[in-house]
Design a protein around this ligand. Sequence first.
Ligand code: URA
Length: 255
Amino acid sequence: MKTTEACRLNKFLASRGVASRRKCDELVKAGRVSINGSTVLLPGTTIIPGKDSVQLDGAPLAEPPVTRYLILHKPAGYIVSAADARGRPTVLELVPAAFGRLFPVGRLDLDTEGLLIITNDGDLAHGLMHPSRGVEKRYEVLVAEVISEGVLEALRRGVDLGEGRKSSPAAASYAGPAGGGHLLRIALREGRKRQVRRMCKAVGLTVRRLVRTGVGPLELGSLKVGSWRELSADEVRSLKNEVAAERTSEAESSR
Ligand code: URA
C-alpha cells in the first residue's frame, strides 16, 4: 500500500491485521476507531495511510504483519477452516504457528487433496476467490469408470449441477488408466461447492480420489502430501498479475 494513496478505513484496518474487513466494519460502527483523535462511525471513510493517525480503542495500531504466501499439499481428512467444532484436524495445524494469523484461500472438501494457498494477504485472497476473476483451478480425478469422448464433451460443454444450475465451459481430458481406475483432468474457472464431484456425478462417474494440481500460475509439483512451502517472489508476482489481469479484461468486456 503506497503511503500517499487514499484508502478505505475498513480495508486499512484489515491490512494492518486487526481483523477481517467485515469485522473491522463492526469495530468502526461500534465507535472503537478514531482518525486524528476523532471517532468515526462510517467504515467507508477514507484515510491517507502514513499521514492520518488511526487508533483502535485509543491505542495506535500494531505495525503491519509480514505478508506470507504459502502453498500446502492438503492431505485428505483435514478440514479447510481455522477451527472445527467436531475436533477434526485443520489445515492450519500443518503450517507453523510462528507465522501468525493466516487463512486458507477458498475451500477444498474434507476428502480432497492438493494445492491450497494459505496467506495473510486479504486483498489477494479476496481477488483469487472472487467469481468474477475466474482464476483457473486444475484437478486430477481418479474415477472408477472408463471415460468416453462423449463424457468429456459433456463436461467441456457444461453439465446440470442441480438446482437449475449448469457448469460453465471447462477443459476436460483423459489421462489414461491409473490406480485401478481412470484418470481425468479437469480445469475450471468457477468454484461452486463440490463442483468437480457434482460434475462427475452428473455424467455417471464415481470419484475415488480428487487432487487439485494447480491454481492460476501455481503448480503443486513435487510438494509432498502434508508439506508446505513459501511462494517465491516471482510466484507471488504472477499470482497478483493474474488477479489484476482478470480485473482488466473484466473491465474491458463490460465497456
Ligand atoms: N471440486 C470438488 O468437488 N471438491 C473440491 O474440494 C474442489 C473442487
